[in-house]
Design a protein around this ligand. Structure first.
Ligand SMILES: Cc1cc2nc3c(=O)[nH]c(=O)nc-3n(C[C@H](O)[C@H](O)[C@H](O)COP(=O)(O)O)c2cc1C
Length: 303
């Protein structure tokens, strides 16, 4: 099968993944040297790593270039972060901090927002929280409205990087989202002070494959000295070329879509450039701005 995973590479991939956990998956004893050069054990380990992942095969995961870790697959690597967050105190404190930082976005007091989020009452805002110190920056909380917007239940989301919302076909994801992904990777992968903010505009896919413009604002917060990233997602319901609106697996068609949309995508980059400077603006302002600018692109109507 041509598995090209050496011990060193595998360890590098899993650098912040606990070694004990890895050994447990390999059924070895702590303290004994671990060798990763047996195919079946590697396959078993990788299957465990992506056990809950319905979208990609083990082989794809194995064959990918390590530098692109995650670009092709979204295994659940953050079980540890997810577990820590199950502690009610951690959840409540984090939601309170979220309320303080982003409550004003929705004209709510911290208390109202916390109550709404904890009781899963609200449909008004999509919020996700991730642990930037966990491997692959896993989600530890998503609101009910996030589930409605994306069609993914929280049981699927928690413990994974949020990149599962991006087009599952690489050629489309690269053509449309590459620069934004680089910015987000930089933001999520390097330590930032509390309050640091980024604004991004993504082409995202619902579970059903229907795509939408997702305006994303992410802010670093600190809870008991530990950093978290809180993200607000907003659907910008405006012009999108017909050919981009729905996932398709046909490689030739996807290639043609990218060719046809090239000019439009250049314009989308300009819109993103302007939005990225407005980290102080409210989500509502950003959405109106994005809506107005994206809607103008209808003139280019390529497809
Ligand atoms: C809390 C949080 C929420 C995120 N929400 C989204 C999202 O809604 N859509 C999206 O495309 N990426 C989202 N991301 C970004 C991806 O999870 C990931 O950081 C990005 O794809 C860059 O990393 P990668 O190059 O490893 O994929 C979110 C990240 C965090 C930390």
């Amino acid at each position: 099968m041509g598995v090209q995973v050496s011990c060193v590479q595998l360890e590098a991939d899993c650098k912040s993944w606990d070694r004990l956990e890895m050994m447990e998956a390999l059924q070895t004893q702590p303290g004994l040297p671990v060798t990763f050069d047996e195919h079946s054990k590697i396959i078993h380990l990788l299957e465990r790593i992506e056990s809950a992942n319905e979208m990609i095969s083990v082989e794809r995961f194995i064959n990918k270039d390590t530098k692109r870790i995650g670009d092709l697959s979204v295994p659940r690597l953050g079980k540890r972060s997810q577990k820590a967050f199950e502690d009610h105190d951690v959840l409540v404190k984090s939601i309170q901090e979220c309320g303080k930082v982003v409550g004003a976005e929705f004209g709510m007091t911290t208390q109202q927002m916390v109550e709404d989020l904890l009781k899963c009452k609200t449909q008004r805002f999509s919020i996700a929280l991730a642990d930037p110190l966990g491997f692959d920056c896993p989600l530890v909380y998503v609101s009910r409205s996030f589930e409605n917007l994306t069609e993914y239940p929280s049981e699927f989301c928690l413990g994974r990087s949020c990149r599962f919302l991006q087009p599952t076909v690489d050629i489309i994801n690269d053509a449309v989202n590459l620069n934004e992904r680089r910015r987000m990777r930089d933001f999520c992968g390097n330590a930032h002070d509390a309050g640091s903010t980024i604004v991004c505009l993504l082409l995202n896919e619902r579970r059903s494959g229907i795509r939408f413009w997702n305006l994303l604002k992410m802010v670093y917060i600190k809870v008991s000295k530990k950093p978290y990233i809180v993200a607000l997602q907003t659907h910008v319901d405006c012009y999108m070329p017909g050919t981009l609106r729905q996932r398709t697996a046909d490689p030739k068609l996807n290639h043609d879509i990218v060719e046809v949309c090239r000019n439009l995508l250049d314009e989308v980059e300009k819109v993103r450039g302007r939005l990225s400077l407005k980290t102080e603006a409210s989500l509502e302002e950003l959405r109106t701005d994005a809506w107005t600018q994206l809607d103008k692109l209808q003139k280019l109507a390529p497809c």
